[in-house]
Write a protein that binds this ligand. Structure first.
Ligand code: ADP
Ligand code: MG
Length: 231
């Protein structure tokens, strides 16, 4: 277990929470060497504008709250934000649309994030009471949702396990740049699956992890959304 992960899990437990918020989950993953999007947690619209300029337009903005697990359901994710004015509007809209749905909402800030692109993938986990932590991997969108094209393995993964997980997907051709899509660096993907599995093996208190979406291309792999639920 990395010191950073230990520190964050302790602070989440210290607040009596089970839900590890996106910036926390991404910091934990980052400490295991997993690539994540370039994100800045902002408290004011002014901070958000500064962050957006530094990251480069178009940016993504999303709410950070311990009470909001599925951000899109709250109208709390804004994509393709192109200008300072749009940042200001998106900041107040994400907060107000979430506040309309939950009275006295605890808002920790708004993430300003780079717009990631490439092949969408999903990495997840499940705790089997008998066997322990299982890693799940699938290709994003319809492949997972409609075709249930996913692979499972027990954590921790050896390199060969990660390679097999990728190879057993029916949609694996999508990773090779099928019909003009972006090719995914499979060596990086293999190391990401192994690193995620190491985190799961290190911390049995993770009930469930959901990295969705993860974007892959020739330049690497970036987790764009992450949540962890503790036991
Ligand atoms: P949630 O799953 O909590 O509703 P997400 O952070 O996954 O929220 O955002 C919803 C959708 O917005 C994602 O499935 C993805 O399509 C898109 N998205 C989120 N963050 C990014 C990003 N940094 N770059 C590109 N697309 C993103
Ligand atoms: Mg998501």
């Amino acid at each position: 277990m990395t010191d950073r992960a230990r520190e964050i899990f302790d602070s989440v437990r210290g607040e009596g929470r089970k839900f590890v918020m996106e910036p926390e989950a991404k910091a934990i993953l980052g400490s295991y060497g997993v690539g994540v999007t370039n994100d800045v947690l902002c408290r004011t619209p002014e901070e958000a504008i500064e962050a957006a300029r530094r990251i480069g337009y178009p940016v993504v903005m999303k709410i950070v709250s311990p009470q909001i697990v599925h951000k899109s359901e709250y109208g709390a994710v804004r994509l393709r934000i192109m200008s300072d004015q749009e940042v200001t509007a998106a900041f107040s809209e994400t907060v107000s649309s979430s506040r309309r749905k939950i009275d006295g909402l605890d808002v920790r800030g708004v993430i300003v994030s780079e717009t990631a692109s490439g092949q969408e993938m999903i990495i997840g986990s499940m705790r089997d009471p008998q066997f322990g932590q299982m890693v799940m991997f699938g290709l994003g969108g319809v492949n997972v949702e409609i075709f249930k094209d996913v692979a499972y393995r027990l954590a921790p993964l050896e390199e060969v396990d990660a390679i097999e997980m990728i190879a057993e997907l029916k949609g694996k051709k999508l990773l090779e740049g099928f019909r003009g899509r972006e090719r995914v660096d499979v060596r990086v993907l293999t190391s990401v699956l192994m690193a995620v599995s190491r985190l799961l093996a290190d911390f049995d208190d993770i009930e469930e992890m959901d990295l969705n979406p993860v974007f892959g291309n020739e330049r690497g792999v970036k987790v764009a959304d992450a949540r962890i639920i503790l036991r």
